[in-house]
Design a protein around this ligand. Sequence first.
Ligand code: UT7
Length: 311
Amino acid sequence: MRAGITGTGHYVPEKVLTNFDLEKMVDTTDEWIRTRTGIEERRIAEDDMDTSEMAYRAAVNAMEDAGITAKDLDMIMVATVTPDTPFPSVACMLQDRLGANKVAAMDLSAACSGFMYGMVTAKQFIDTGVYKNILIVGVEKLSKITDWTDRNTSVLFGDGAGAAVIGEVSDDRGILSFELGADGSGGKYLYQDKDYLSMNGREVFKFAVRQMPESSVNVVEKAGYQREDVDYLIPHQANIRIMEAAREKLGIPEEKMATSVKKYGNTSAASIPIALSEGVKNGKIKEDDLVVLVGFGGGLTWGAVAFKYGR
Ligand code: UT7
């Protein structure tokens, strides 16, 4: 047996904010946003829908897909930088809302790489046989820390949630390799300053176009495969130009890369699990496909996982 994904799910709010809407809010254009980032629209949660509510909806969806109920869970982890409150954690709120047993529940802070950190942590508990089913949710309500008067950041982000259940799968499938890393000296490039998110876009861009391709190749090689064996690549959905750098380094065609950044913008810790859940549901990810997930974000942090999909 090996640790792998046994279910996926996601939730995005209904309200759509287009680039044309943003033209009326800050000094920007649809053309600038599309050509510099690949983003066309993003989802914004209503005031009464906080992070834990989006997490709950994605979690229910993932548990249904895995064919388990809350009573089967052994642990809950939530990756987020926008919790409802600093504490109690979103994971504890979610445990209560789901009616799970009194299992371990914690939030995890690794910004946009949070889902990768969560998956790798979950894998350790499954591999050692300690736990059977771990729920991991990546969720953000970035709209509440976005300065809607700042064109440098307001055009980039969106809200949403993605979730996965990590459990035991057959030993020819599941998580084959991973890489996690951090460089705290780059913390100054992406952080929350009092109420709002603040970013040096150019520095983060330089870091990301170097790190994402490198980590993608590393996990493919560690898994014992060739770059072109990758069936589906899910890079953190931040900017299509950065994502393309990873795809080109692997040498795989466009249709083998998730591009939900177009419709959801950058949803930080939620971006990879949303794209994963969509990939499974729309049939882009099939049984036995070799899938690479790769993220980067504030910290600075990064993480990548290579797995064979299926139970
Ligand atoms: O999850 C991780 C989070 N962060 C990221 O992934 C961000 C990584 N960085 C990026 O994606 C890109 O650096 C940005 C999309 C943020 C910016 O793209 P860029 O090609 O690096 O543009 P730039 O920062 O070099 O700015 C070019 C120009 C500037 O004007 P000047 O100084 O050349 O006159 C900006 O003021 O574009 C201007 N600009 C805008 N213009 C219209 C910046 N934001 C906007 C805007 N609309 N929204």
